[in-house]
Design a protein around this ligand. Structure first.
Ligand code: COA
Length: 259
């Protein structure tokens, strides 16, 4: 179905593997378009409850946007490339009502780091390396990196990493709050699935509202508190809220329907 992606749906978890290992899974036009389609499917397909993004092979998650596609672009072309990626993929992942997490299995550089950061949270293998090396190319991040890296690790370290183009290892990424867990590569997908299975047992409408509220906070949205009140109220109109509170009071396990 896809030329540049592998997909595998089991137990509600869709594993999306970016599959150009000979180019370290660099994001060319085809990968961006197909990622856009797969994210649409995550939104629309009721069989998909949560998703994991990862890279093929043991070396790279994604080593960046495909640099070979940059040479033909002028100013408008560069802006259009960034806008298309942000609209079709990165913003859509961030705003997905279903959890999408990154299992970073190697290099996550440039657009790869940005892709991981657009996910709701990240796990990394021990060999993972993160960086925004665009200034080496006379560029800046264009898939949201200047914004999301600053949201995730703060201004000082974000400035340093983007100005030096330095790469950091998985443990440093964890100490900065860029990733939540560092695990041996062989355990990476298993650990990601374990966390998503736990999330899938919760109320899906509430999970979607958590995502929207936390995104408000991360973006410094001035309506964050107001939106939280509104969404809290909306939860009271769901069947799942009645089931969750009822099950607690009846001392049984809640079974949520996502309604
Ligand atoms: N765009 C296009 N091709 C890329 C790429 C990218 N971002 N990153 C890696 N590749 C390609 C290489 O050109 C090479 O292709 P080839 O075998 O046809 O020559 C292949 O992937 C393997 O990469 P290579 O550089 O040989 O591997 P390495 O182990 O020596 O180095 C990196 C690994 C990640 C350090 C190095 O590939 C790199 O610096 N990549 C670019 C990172 C970057 O600047 N990303 C930001 C882009 S905005």
């Amino acid at each position: 179905m896809y030329q540049t992606l592998l997909t595998d749906l089991q137990d509600g978890i869709l594993v999306v593997t970016i599959n150009r290992p000979d180019k370290l899974n660099a994001l060319n036009k085809d990968v961006i378009e197909e990622l856009g389609k797969v994210v649409d499917d995550i939104y629309q397909n009721p069989e998909i409850k949560t998703a994991i993004l990862t890279g093929a092979g043991e070396k790279a998650f994604v080593a960046g946007a495909d640099i070979s596609e940059f040479t033909a672009l002028d100013g408008n072309g560069g802006a259009a490339l960034a806008k298309k990626g942000q609209d079709l993929v990165f913003d859509k992942i961030e705003n997905s009502p279903k959890p999408i997490i990154a299992a970073v299995n190697g290099f996550a550089l440039g657009g790869g780091c940005e892709l991981a950061m657009s996910c709701h949270f990240r796990l990394a293998s021990e060999n993972a390396k993160f960086g925004q090396p665009e200034v080496n190319l006379g560029l800046i991040p264009g898939y949201g990196g200047t914004q999301r890296l600053t949201q995730l690790i703060g201004k000082g370290k974000s400035m340093e990493l983007m100005m030096t183009a330095d790469m950091i290892g998985a443990e440093e990424a964890k100490s900065l709050g860029l990733v939540n867990y560092v695990v041996p590569q062989a355990e990476l997908l298993g650990r990601a699935k374990e966390i998503l299975q736990k999330i899938q047992a919760k109320a899906p409408v509430a999970i979607a509202k958590v995502i929207a509220c936390v995104n408000d906070a991360a973006k410094g949205d001035s309506k964050g508190f107001e939106n939280e009140i509104k969404r809290f109220g909306e939860c009271f109109t769901t069947e799942d809220m009645k089931e969750g509170t009822g099950a607690f009071l009846e001392k049984r396990k809640a079974i949520f329907k996502g309604k």
